[in-house]
Design a protein around this ligand. Structure first.
Ligand code: ATP
Ligand code: MG
Length: 723
């Protein structure tokens, strides 16, 4: 019969086609959002497979997330017309790294059954290492050391390679010894941390030419998506695999966008893009300029925004999606974050009524604490939603921990909650003691808290464990007594303070700790909307019951960082305020570079939208538990007026609605004076009391809020608003 190879390149533009068909030699596709980079990679693999240039097992393809890997596999299958089972080397850097390490574990002294430590295990191990060196682990914390080691590993530096200054900075100059001891312990435990998943393979490639040669023979094509976010270790790993000693390079194709580099804080280096042509001489560099994703308004917004960054390679984007009905980017103002969530909820319901799929709608937030208000609004409205790239608000570790404390106070027989936090923060009540409490409770048929109280009076527990347990028991007794007499928000704050739980996160130097503290503040604030601790606990139990199902049509809620590579018809970007976005912390810590990374993040957000983009800012926001009046983000100012429509505020309390957007120019230089830096309030003792007084004052000023009109649906369900 007349068998023709399927025409994969049909429908691709000339540059895309070039990127797909230039299969031999190094290729760098450097192009803006939505220009089809990922599509090019997928098509390129399909083309290589179907033209018989390589078997699936001879192709190494790196994606940024496991989800992206699954999707790519699926699409290749569709293109090639069969289920692709055998793309064993398509995955993230980490998943490919594990696979390689399992094959050659013994070369670095591991068995192929090695385990991968999670962060908690890693910290516990580091603490032992610090203590074994005779150092005070309060002064030299395991968290700090973990951060240092991660940083070194991102740069592919083993203990012998770290700079002298770095080595001296920690543990009275013992940084290097500690790192070395940690690596030794990992091997003894037959374990690795995440960094090792690339570091060990790099060491193996360097020390065992035969192994590397085997991979050089195996891989004929290497492809990398989101190349702008690779770190030094990933880059070295790639280069080792791609450069053969005889000078015949494996055919490497990387696609990326310098304007979407958003993981600088995790060690990613945009410079890898610039080095590509140097390291792979004769590389074909292809630029894609036609955007297939978004309307001209959205593209214009993205381009004008990112043009404010100085350090960029510079690209142009255009679209042929000439749609006279395309809507301009809509900018909305709200009074506060609650109104923001309410209004966005209504907008989504309206879209749904018009027949839009919820799957095509996303809310992208800068900081995870912003999610809570949306999640609760959606639960109230009965709108299905899913949180991508992280747990939902009430499923977060710190929230569950805090809730466990509250549950034991409200319900002393809640053994599950008790078990969760009896030794969080660590207070020397180890597994053996917990088992003893558990068994005692079983034997006496009483709650664990009661059993613990009984045990304190015996000599079945001793020393530090005993005094810790006594403190726990007495704390809970006191808090339970206060339950009826103390306002519940105040009580909740005291519990988190007095238990040492807040301090635990304050002492934590990991990247997520600050976000966790924000979430705890948000939790406390949320409680204020309920009349008692019990009412709040009941509410959360109901929210938690809203179980997720991947199959259902649902709105996506996620952070901007996890939105990379995705696209939606309608995108909401709430919280576009100075201090939140750009985030104050990034500006404080990163200066101009920090601000530019924030702007790239905004660019990623804007370019996720296909047809409709809604930008929101509130004039009041609770930041670190403190109501602040805020001003619109500079990123809003950077949008091109001709492509933006400023929406009238939907209610009557003035603000931005009436005065309009144009007047904001008046903020001038002084506009930032009103911002209080993030984090400043947390360090100060007694923040709660001082802030609460302020909060109360602010709340009272809200008297006029009745003008907002509570949606009738909310009233019908019976969720009372505090009026
Ligand atoms: P990002 O930088 O956000 O990751 P990208 O460059 O990877 O974007 P893709 O996700 O590959 O872009 O493509 C964006 C959208 O445009 C997708 O829906 C894709 O299917 C579509 N697209 C890409 N190229 C073409 C084309 N030649 N014809 C029609 N649609 C295309
Ligand atoms: Mg992509």
């Amino acid at each position: 019969g007349q068998q023709r190879a399927p025409d994969f390149v049909a429908g691709l533009n000339a540059e895309q086609r070039l990127a797909v068909e230039t299969t031999e030699g190094p290729v760098l596709v450097l192009a803006g959002a939505g220009t089809g980079k990922t599509r090019v990679l997928t098509t390129r693999i399909a083309h290589i497979l179907s033209s018989g240039k390589a078997w699936p097992s001879q192709i190494l393809a790196v994606t940024f997330t496991n989800k992206a890997a699954r999707e790519m596999k699926e699409r290749i299958g569709l293109l090639v017309g069969e289920q692709i089972e055998g793309m064993p080397w398509l995955g993230t850097f980490h998943s490919i790294g594990v696979k390689m390490l399992r094959k050659h574990a013994e070369l670095v002294g591991l068995k192929n059954t090695f385990t991968i430590l999670d962060t908690d295990d890693q910290i516990r191990l580091l603490k032992q290492v610090i203590q074994a060196e005779g150092l005070d682990d309060k002064r030299w914390t395991a968290k700090t050391l973990a951060g240092l080691i991660d940083g070194w590993k991102n740069k592919a530096l083993g203990p012998d390679a770290i700079p002298e200054g770095d080595a001296r900075s920690f543990g009275n100059g013992k940084g290097r010894e500690l790192y070395r001891a940690y690596q030794r312990r990992l091997i003894e435990l037959n374990a690795t941390d995440f960094g090792d998943l690339l570091l060990h393979p790099i060491a193996i490639f360097r020390n065992h030419a035969d192994v590397l040669a085997e991979y050089h023979r195996r891989f004929r094509y290497i492809l990398v998506d989101e190349y702008q976010d690779t770190n030094v270790a990933q880059y070295l790993w790639l280069r080792l695999l791609a450069q053969r000693p005889d000078g015949s390079d494996v055919n490497l194709c990387c696609v990326g966008d310098d304007d979407q580099s958003i993981y600088g804080w995790r060690g990613a280096e945009v410079d890898n893009i610039l080095r590509f042509e140097k390291d792979f001489p004769g590389a074909t560099v292809i630029r894609l300029e036609r955007n297939y994703r978004s309307t001209e308004h959205i593209l214009a917004a993205a381009s004008s925004l990112i043009a404010n960054n100085e350090s960029r390679l510079g690209k142009t984007l255009f679209t042929d999606i000439a749609d006279p009905d395309a809507e301009r980017v809509k900018v909305h103002a709200s009074w506060d974050s609650e109104e923001e969530a309410r209004a966005i909820g209504e907008e989504i319901e309206a879209l749904q009524t018009k027949g839009e799929k919820l799957n095509d709608i996303a809310i992208l937030v800068r900081a995870s604490f912003q999610m809570r208000e949306f999640e609760e609004r959606f639960v109230t409205l009965g709108l299905p939603y899913r949180v991508i790239g992280g747990p939902r608000f009430y499923e977060r570790k710190e929230i569950r921990d805090a809730m466990a404390y509250f549950r034991v106070v409200a319900q002393p027989a809640d053994d599950l909650a008790f078990e969760r936090i009896v030794n969080v923060p660590k207070r020397g009540i180890g597994d053996t003691s917990v088992r003893l409490i558990h068994d005692t409770a079983r034997a006496r048929q009483c709650p664990m808290l009661q059993a613990a109280a009984d045990l304190v009076g015996t000599d079945e527990v001793k020393g530090k464990t005993r005094s810790s347990l006594r403190e726990v028991v007495e704390n809970f007794r006191r808090w339970s007594q206060a339950l009826e007499s103390t306002p519940h928000v105040e009580l909740a704050e005291s519990i988190l303070e007095e238990s040492g739980y807040i301090d635990m996160w304050k002492a934590d130097k990991s990247a997520e700790a600050a976000g966790r503290l924000d979430n705890l503040k948000e939790l406390i604030e949320a409680m204020g909307e309920y009349e008692s601790l019990r009412a709040f606990l009941e509410h959360v139990a109901l929210v938690m019951d809203n179980s997720d199902d991947a199959e259902i049509d649902a709105v996506s809620v996620m952070t901007l960082h996890s939105a990379k590579g995705l696209e939606f018809d309608t995108v909401f970007l709430p919280g576009m305020e100075e201090g939140l976005f750009p985030h104050q912390r990034s500006m404080d810590e990163g200066g101009r570079a920090g601000l530019e990374e924030e702007r790239r993040l905004a660019y990623v957000g804007v370019t996720r939208a296909r047809r409709n983009l809604h930008i929101w800012f509130a004039s009041n926001r609770r930041i670190h538990g403190l109501w602040q009046s805020t001003i619109p983000s500079r990123f809003v100012d950077e949008l091109p007026e001709a492509h933006v429509e400023v929406m009238e505020a939907s209610n009557s309390y003035g603000g931005y609605g009436a005065g309009g957007f144009g007047e904001r120019g008046g903020y001038g230089a002084s506009r930032f004076d009103r911002m209080e830096p993030f984090g400043s309030s947390y360090g100060s003792p007694g923040w709660q009391r001082a802030q609460r007084n302020k909060n109360d004052a602010t709340r009272e000023n809200w008297g006029g809020r009745s003008g907002m009109g509570v949606s009738s649906r909310v009233e019908r369900i019976g969720y009372g608003e505090p009026e």
